[in-house]
Write a protein that binds this ligand. Sequence first.
Ligand SMILES: [Zn+2]
Length: 214
Amino acid sequence: MEIRFMEERDIPSVAALEQACFSMPWSETSLKESMESGHTIFLVAEEQGEIAGYMGLYAVLDEGDVTNVAVDSPYRRRGIGRALLQYMIELARGRGIRVIHLEVRISNEPAKALYAQLGFQNIGLRKNFYDRPKEDACLMQLAVTPNPVCNCCGREIHAESPQSEEYLAVEKQWGYFSKGKDGLRQRFCLCEDCYDRMTAGFLHPVLEEETTEW
Ligand SMILES: [Zn+2]
């Protein structure tokens, strides 16, 4: 499976996917218009040349709204929706988006569970938001944490998680006997390149040991 930006040639397939998945689907025209407006980021998941799923995020300033997430029925339960969302969250993070909102039909338990796993929180209800059938929407929100920045070179660190091994995160709590930093907590991080450069300059080399514990 490949996730990529939606292109104009994908619009007929995406419109067909909308038809198959939703009672009030987006038309080719509305997809094309929102793509051309430049405010909506559209991603598609392609499986052997077929559009297996797609999603959109309407993004303005530092906020994003999920327009739709759709996965074609033969491709469901393969993690395609999750992969699309994770990719989109990373894109949003890189673009400085700090909060993502979405609405989901209140009866759509699988979707709500997926959003919750990705860190979305339930923030309320919108009564009768949906038609055909009429139904309430559950409002969910994700706070997108910014990427850490390397304190040495200023580069944004694109790591999958704070526990990632692609950089060094240091938190130092100074104690009572420190020189004027009593009780001060300091935090910084270094990208792997700066870490290598810095440790290479040590007077006493870093103690190294081969290990298979990972
Ligand atoms: Zn650096």
